[in-house]
Design a protein around this ligand. Structure first.
Ligand SMILES: [Zn+2]
Length: 410
């Protein structure tokens, strides 16, 4: 069995808090890391590193768990650059442009969609993203939702059925009929390719009754639950997500005190280890996933991350990569936004973009670096994680290991 040693590590972010505490990132220095069969098998002082078949010299750079991007919409055709330019010139964002992408996506053949998914997945990988959730939601017919998920499943196991992204134009006058389609034949066709089901619960999209119906039948079909909630205004989405045991409610831009209390309650109920490092098996925590790329790209107020963190809510960061409201695949950019615009500390933002994303996908094998974890990691051209926010827009990710395999160097 081939082994790979990563040594000369300037700073190792493990996300495993040490006894006695050196912060939530569990930072270690002067260590090396041994990888075998796609897993981390040993972490210890560099001078005691075992022999290995191959070696990567981190050259004093920081090594972090790969980013876990738990919210992305990569299966689409066309772009909406002119809509973005109009928005920057003063037009408000309403979410209505989703239908533009639906038309282009339906008209595209499989290879066009596959090409976009692979291009964006590789783009994200080069920026350190080793786990990426991908949603359907631009097909909105039985056949187009199923093929979107089939194509997404070629590059990730974290696939999400989002037939309830928007009511398509042909159902505009009869949204109940569309919800019936989503809950029936569309779910049946999508479920074999999906791990999760999601609903855009927002004024102008799907109300609480629709969302509850779709999530309930999705859960009965064996899918985990996630929700787009409270992005454009206050609403019932966050509390519905907590009530139904969703793994994550995403956006969380407009929250009431009751929303924050519900999320905090789920966090305290769903954490087993006293240090918060290990989610309980079958965790019931609902993570608040913040998507600052969307606020950046729609010039909207950012979510109040401090209010959530100070209340004890588990927070994740993700890109929301999509052609309309957040066309970025860059988790480092989201970390920088979270620190600069949302007053998260660099440590909180890095944790949220790695371990937080893993929690939002209810994964314990990624987002951490410890023996037994998946060997998904990045090596920075920088001595510490601080540089991800300190040097915004700079391609600091020098090397990525995915399942222990070095990816192409930039
Ligand atoms: Zn989204």
């Amino acid at each position: 069995m081939s082994s790979l040693l990563v040594d000369n590590v300037g700073e190792l972010v493990t996300n495993v808090p040490a006894v006695g505490g050196d912060g939530p990132l569990g930072i270690r220095r002067g260590v090396a890391l041994l990888v075998e069969a796609g897993r981390v098998v040993w972490i210890g002082p560099g001078r005691y590193a075992p022999a290995a078949d191959r070696r990567i010299d981190a050259e004093g750079g920081a090594v972090l768990p790969g980013f876990v991007d738990s919210h992305a919409h990569l299966v689409f055709a066309g772009d909406r650059a002119t809509e973005f330019a109009a928005r920057m010139a003063g037009e408000p964002y309403t979410g209505g442009g989703i239908r533009t992408t639906v038309g282009a996506t339906r008209a595209a053949d499989d290879d066009v969609l596959r090409g976009t998914v692979r291009r964006l997945r590789e783009e994200a990988m080069r920026q350190g993203t080793t786990t990426m959730e991908i949603k359907s939601g631009y097909g909105l017919t039985v056949a187009d939702e199923a093929r979107s998920l089939r194509i997404a499943a070629e590059v990730t196991t974290e696939t999400t059925f989002l037939g309830a992204h928007v009511v398509p134009a042909e159902y505009a006058s009869r949204p109940d009929d569309y919800v019936g389609l989503v809950c029936g034949p569309m779910l049946t066709a999508a479920a074999p390719y999906a791990r999760w089901v999601d609903v855009f619960c927002e004024r102008g999209a799907f109300d609480a009754d629709h969302a509850r119906a779709i999530l309930t039948v999705g859960q009965a079909a064996g899918l985990g639950l996630r929700l787009h909630a409270n992005q454009l205004g206050p609403g019932p989405g966050v509390r519905l997500g907590v009530e139904l045991g969703a793994a994550s409610v995403d956006h969380c831009t407009h929250l009431s005190d009751a929303d924050v209390d519900a999320l905090a309650g789920s966090a305290s109920a769903g954490t087993s280890a006293a240090d918060g490092s290990t989610p309980a098996a079958g965790s019931t925590t609902t993570v608040a996933t913040l998507l600052p790329g969307a606020e950046f790209s729609t010039r909207s107020p950012y979510p109040d991350a401090r209010r959530l963190l100070d209340a004890g809510v588990v927070v994740a960061l993700a890109t929301d990569c999509n052609p309309g409201s957040s066309y970025t695949s860059s988790m480092p950019f989201c970390v920088a936004l979270a620190v600069r615009e949302m007053r998260m500390t660099p440590a909180e933002a890095v944790w949220a973009a790695t371990a937080g994303g893993a929690r939002a996908l209810r994964r314990t094998d990624v987002g951490v670096l410890r023996p037994g974890a998946r060997a998904d990691l990045m090596i920075l051209d920088a001595p510490s994680h601080l540089h991800l926010a300190y040097r915004p827009g700079v391609p600091l990710v020098r090397q990525v290991l995915h399942n222990g395999v070095p990816q192409c160097r930039l």
